[in-house]
Write a protein that binds this ligand. Structure first.
Ligand SMILES: Cc1cc2nc3c(=O)[nH]c(=O)nc-3n(C[C@H](O)[C@H](O)[C@H](O)COP(=O)(O)OP(=O)(O)OC[C@H]3O[C@@H](n4cnc5c(N)ncnc54)[C@H](O)[C@@H]3O)c2cc1C
Length: 484
């Protein structure tokens, strides 16, 4: 038998790679991260927060408090310049947590270190070869590593995706933007304005300096803008360069939106920006990367541990590829609404007016927060495929809540009725089975109040794989599909 250095190697220790490493370690997998950066320092600010579902994922693993303690809660959500109330989201996290990406990464890196994940820092993947039973990875320093599965969490320019020959198609950029951190004298026009081609936004950083996003006159590519480019774009948007100086960080991005054709190709998997790139509008990328990681982690762990056949990994593509496609469409729509021509201004007014109404607002709030995700078609019960809400429950051992029961990333079979639903013998070691009492209803984002079924099978990622009907509750078929 071939000797492996690790079961799984993750290329890229950004947010997605870190989350995936933690999930795999919880699943008992021998996993390593290969990362070219020496630490989690993030150039510039990049992502600015965590939405409700991402916070729930961290809560499911018992680590959310360390993030919440450092961030700022915003019980609202922005849409095309409108601030919508989000406080009625049916989640313990009825807010978006303002927290810069570097702090998110540092929190995840600390968790991964506690789980003893091997971290090859300042190491860069150069190439890899896939064989029947393994993947051989070549690093730029000449050393080689062997693993059973390789996951590319290596960002939008993913080398893993390119070497694997996975297509990355989508829409060409309609505009390019500059993001920067700088000083500006006096009282700059903090807030949002719309130019013909797109958005201009200025905000204050914690230290009083300014973080700006400006649309460029022409679509520029390449990530090497200079201060002159910022001054030119400011002049178009504001009539002057606003005295911008001391630019400490600047970066260019476009609204090009691309999606990997396949999230899996044999022993190679993609997650996070490696699988989807798009405009940062709506603050989605990091959050969706964490969701990818949590969907993939338990499946890959089960395959590596021999609990499931490797066909389970195909469900990672089946479930997450549509989420990626919807993400691209959301950012395309939000980008389009940021143009300032007469027609778009009229459309924005119509859309934002609609969004002030109760149901559209709740629908949008559920969508951007990730709380509305359902895997698979609508089933016999609204919970099927959706996230299990974090209900307070009474167990034999006292009160707890569902997310606490998910801490060790094991599947849960919960009976709410008088009759306990038990997993057949062959699954009893792997599945946690509990009889619980709770309220008889729950609220689902984007759906409303629903009656709880007699029993649920909850996957380690918190999504419901099966619901009982109170008559002939037998989860064997679902257990066979999801847990070997
Ligand atoms: C201006 C801006 C604002 C944003 N705002 C938000 C926001 O508000 N909310 C949000 O959710 N998202 C936001 N995003 C998106 C977010 O930053 C990304 O979606 C997120 O960083 C993706 O995480 P990742 O781990 O998939 O990829 P990355 O963060 O790109 O991490 C990839 C890692 O792989 C490493 N790597 C790459 N190639 C190799 C190699 N060959 N060998 C070894 N290591 C390698 C890199 O060093 C890097 O650490 C924003 C992005 C930008 C640019």
């Amino acid at each position: 038998m071939t000797t492996m250095d690790y079961d799984v190697i993750i290329i890229g220790g950004g947010p997605t790679g870190l989350m995936l490493a933690g999930e795999l370690a919880l699943g008992g997998v021998d996993v390593a991260i290969v990362e070219r950066r020496p630490n989690q320092e993030v150039k510039g600010s990049r992502a600015g927060g965590l939405h409700s579902r991402a916070l729930e994922l961290l809560d499911q693993r018992g680590i959310v408090d360390r993030f919440v303690a450092q961030g700022t809660r915003h019980h609202s959500v922005a849409m095309a310049g409108l601030i919508l109330d989000a406080s009625d989201r049916p989640s313990r996290f009825n807010y978006t947590l303002g927290l810069w990406q570097e702090k998110i990464e540092r929190g995840l890196a600390a968790w991964v270190a506690e789980l003893n994940v091997a971290f090859h820092r300042q190491r860069e993947m150069a190439n890899f070869d896939v064989a029947d039973e393994h993947v051989d990875i070549g690093l730029t320093n000449g050393s080689r590593l062997r693993c059973r599965y390789l996951v590319g969490c290596d960002g939008g320019r993913s080398l893993v995706r390119r070497i694997a020959g996975i297509g990355f198609l989508g829409s060409e950029p309609q505009a390019s933007y500059l993001i920067f951190e700088s000083s500006m004298p006096g009282e700059p026009p903090i807030g949002i304005r719309y130019g013909i081609r797109g958005l201009y936004a200025l905000g204050r950083l914690e230290d009083g300096r300014v973080r700006g996003i400006v649309t460029e006159e022409r679509i520029e590519q390449g990530d090497s803008p200079d201060e002159g480019d910022i001054k030119a774009a400011l002049t178009v948007g504001y009539g002057s360069d606003l005295g911008v100086h001391d630019v400490t960080w600047m970066s260019r991005f476009t609204d090009a939106a691309r999606l990997a054709d396949a999230y899996r190709k044999g022993r190679i998997l993609l997650a996070g920006d490696a699988a989807h790139v798009h405009s940062p509008v709506g603050g989605q990328g990091l959050n969706v990367g964490l969701q990818d990681a949590v969907n993939l982690g338990w499946k890959l762990a089960q395959v590596v541990k021999g609990i499931s056949s490797d066909a389970l990994l195909d469900t990672y593509h089946t479930e997450r590829h549509p989420v990626g496609a919807a993400l691209l469409d959301l950012t395309r729509a939000l980008t389009a609404l940021n143009r300032g021509d007469d027609h778009t201004t009229a459309l924005r007014s119509l859309v934002t007016h609609t969004m002030t109404m109760g149901e559209p607002r709740k629908w949008y709030s559920a969508k951007v927060s990730g709380l509305d995700i359902r895997y698979g078609p609508e089933g016999s019960h609204p919970l099927l495929g959706r996230r299990m809400p974090d209900l307070d429950v009474e167990t034999e051992d006292g009160p707890t809540r569902i997310f606490e029961l998910l801490r060790d990333a094991r599947p849960l079979l919960l009976s709410f009725g008088a009759r306990k639903c038990v997993a057949p013998e062959q699954w009893s070691d792997h599945i946690k089975t509990l009889e619980v009492r709770s309220e008889s209803v729950c609220e689902l984002a984007g759906v409303g109040i629903v009656k709880l079924p007699s029993a649920v099978l909850v996957r380690p990622d918190g999504h419901v794989a099966w619901v009982g009907n109170g008559r002939s509750d037998n989860p064997a078929e679902a257990l066979a599909i999801w847990f070997g």
